[in-house]
Ligand binder design. Structure first.
Ligand code: GUN
Ligand code: ZN
Length: 651
């Protein structure tokens, strides 16, 4: 219990499971804030679960404690009895009331003991709410007091404990708060940000989370206090927030405001049936506006909760699809304040790089900031390294109407000089050899839909040696092979691999490089992301060439047998490995003596392995005990093949 298990991911964003005494929370999850007094809660928790599919809630232990009519019921029947709800319940401690009223009428030990007494699933340490505009000294005191209270509370809790992360707008304090909370909390709850959300100060919010993020232990669930509006959920998830709470669905309803993922609409302004959700089908919002106040408020709260639940689903699906950055960019287009938040996020790219996947299924350009996603930044940096010592580069002609000539890529001029080509892509000039790699190869940008202003003419090929052949030339295939191997394994290892006589196989239909073979057996298969992935045969060759511990993940003895038989490698059985690997990358799974057991693809980043107590670290794709096993049949999955030409050369 209290262990976070990661199931799927998109960068820092995670789809996971978090077990509590009253059931497992599927994350990312929205925990609606419910009032502990059933008479003051317009939608009962059971209904929230049944009708909106939100299975866990958060309520205030502080209000329960301070309300004479509620406290005895909670002490007698427990918090679940008071709420009439048997799902996971998280309780908050009163720091929010400190923010709202300037003080709290309870001591940290008192509210801690109360939360244990009422059987909450996740108790929260009473933190000191640090306002965004607090001085550094105030912020430091807030962080220190919060940590001190967490240290006092931890040994008393057998159950789950949320430890707040404070620090105001001071990155060092945010980092320290996160680092000290990490060993104490089952849930690490980033706090002190409600005023930022309320005033749309999303850039500052992004900076606060960016500062804390690298210090938050990956094996803990991360909560963001007061996430509130559905338009911010995708953002929160992007940073790896697993749990968010919202009282906004109620607060907005009280003042007649409708929440949508694209923003807020005052119900009085609605004249058209813009929402056709099931609720609004039954009664259009234009009619809801005329209901008596209590009924109207409940009905708007339901609408807001439904929109919030739908947005959580949207976020979860985006994580599965690997399209969360795209969703965030779409949401950011809805308000300049969110765009400011996105720009601040981009300035923190280095926070995303260790978990940035090697590739995704696709790359769609959504906005002007799309070309600044971490995947692009990393690609361009790697490309600069690859280009060193090569060139000079010539601009590759955009020749949509000369397929025959272009399909044979000239590597030499008529007088034998080597040619280095650069293609102008959505991300700037990219060497032709690298244009099938993610993110370039599967990018869908607007350029290719712009059409030509003037009809293209057949270019003058001048000094180029071109065979008018529909197939790509052997010379080019060799260049392409060497480029990819060097991209992955460095110049020296690529040279050794090439010397063994790996040959490239192209798709007859698209011309794309699809496999590398050695001794008439597939050694690497190449999917839509353009990345060569070793088969068992290829892994054996790589293993001989790459020096330990390059490209390896080391398996603990207890798991050797399982891994060699093709079972996934679990996080707790990882003994170490190459820290430069990223999620999605292929790795050699070896034992402590560097004997090769299997080859697989990373789900976790190396720094996360061993730390996450549960779940898979590496999914095995081919293994020792079945040398002719499924790996040769299996081509990496991907969507259907494109035309095989780089984006700017698409016909
Ligand atoms: N609710 C909203 N913000 C906070 C916070 O910073 N701490 C706690 N405990 N609850 C909150
Ligand atoms: Zn609706």
């Amino acid at each position: 219990m209290g262990e976070f298990e990661l199931l799927e991911r998109d960068g820092l964003a995670r789809l996971g499971r978090f077990a509590t005494p009253h059931g497992t929370i599927q994350t990312p999850a929205l925990l609606p804030v419910v009032h502990p007094d059933p008479a003051r809660q317009p939608i009962p928790p059971r209904e929230i679960r049944r009708r909106f599919g939100l299975g866990a809630v958060i309520t205030s232990a502080y209000i329960t404690f301070r309300t004479p009519t509620l406290r005895p019921i909670a002490e007698e029947k427990g918090i679940h009895g008071l709420l009439d709800f048997d799902g996971p319940v998280m309780t908050d401690s009163g720091a929010f009331q400190q923010h709202a009223y300037g003080h709290v009428e309870v001591g940290p030990e008192e509210i801690d003991a109360f939360q244990r007494r009422i059987g909450t699933d996740i108790a929260t340490v009473l933190d000191v709410f640090v306002e965004p505009d607090a001085s550094e000294e105030e912020a430091r005191r807030g962080v220190e007091a919060t940590i001190e209270r967490a240290r006092a509370a931890r040994p008393l809790h057998r159950g789950l404990l949320a430890v707040p992360v404070q620090g105001g707008r001071y990155p060092d304090l945010r980092r320290r708060s996160a680092a000290e909370a990490s060993p104490l909390g089952d849930v690490l709850a980033v706090g002190g940000v409600v005023p930022l959300m309320e005033r749309y100060r999303f850039a500052e919010l992004a900076r606060a989370i960016l500062a804390a993020r690298p210090a938050l232990a990956p094996e803990r669930a991360v909560h963001l206090f007061g996430t509130g509006h559905p338009m911010t959920f995708a953002f929160a998830a992007l940073f790896g927030v697993d749990l968010f709470d919202s009282s906004a669905y109620l607060k907005f309803a009280r003042r007649g405001d409708l929440m949508f993922p694209h923003g807020t609409v005052a119900i009085g302004d609605l004249r058209e049936r813009t929402c056709r959700c099931a609720l609004c089908e039954a009664m259009p919002l234009t009619e809801v506006a005329h209901l008596p106040p209590v009924e109207r408020e409940r009905r708007i709260a339901e609408h807001n909760l439904l929109m919030s639940a739908a947005e959580v689903s949207e976020v979860r699906q985006a994580i599965r699809d690997g399209s969360l950055w795209e969703l965030v960019e779409r949401r950011a287009a809805n308000h300049p304040a969110l765009l400011a938040g996105l720009r601040a996020t981009i300035r923190g790219t280095r926070v995303f790089l260790p978990t940035e996947p090697e590739s995704r299924r696709s790359f769609r350009v959504v906005s002007a900031t799309s070309g600044l996603r971490p995947s692009v930044i990393r690609f361009l940096a790697h490309k600069d390294g690859w280009q060193e010592g090569r060139g000079p580069f010539r601009a590759h002609p955009r020749i949509p109407l000369v397929p025959a000539a272009l399909r044979t890529t000239p590597t030499r001029t008529r007088d034998g000089a080597e040619i280095w080509w650069q293609v102008l892509t959505s991300f700037g000039p990219v060497p032709l050899e690298l244009t099938e790699l993610y993110p370039v190869g599967c990018a869908v940008g607007f350029e290719e839909f712009e059409g030509e202003e003037t009809p293209p003419t057949r270019p003058d090929l001048g000094d180029l040696e071109v065979e008018p052949d529909r197939d790509w030339s052997d010379a080019w295939t060799v260049r392409h092979r060497d480029a990819l191997l060097e991209w992955l394994y460095g110049r020296e290892a690529a040279g050794e691999l090439a010397a063994r006589g790996l040959s490239g196989e192209r798709s007859r239909r698209t011309g794309r490089l699809r496999a590398l073979t050695l001794d008439a057996r597939k050694a690497f298969t190449i999917g839509n992301d353009g990345v060569p992935r070793p088969t068992w045969h290829g892994a054996q060759v790589l293993h001989r060439i790459l020096r330990y511990p390059a490209r390896r993940i080391i398996v603990q003895p207890e798991a050797e047998e399982f891994v060699a038989e093709g079972r996934s490698l679990f996080s707790r059985f990882v003994a170490g490995g190459d820290s430069s690997l990223v999620p999605g990358a292929s790795a050699l799974l070896v034992d402590a003596d560097d004997d090769l057991l299997a080859v697989g693809r990373l789900l976790l980043a190396p720094p996360e392995m061993g730390r996450m107590p549960r779940g898979v670290a590496v999914r095995v794709t081919a293994h020792a005990r079945a040398p002719e096993g499924p790996e040769d049949a299996e081509a990496p999955a991907g969507p259907e093949e494109g035309t095989g030409l780089p984006p700017n050369l698409q016909p």
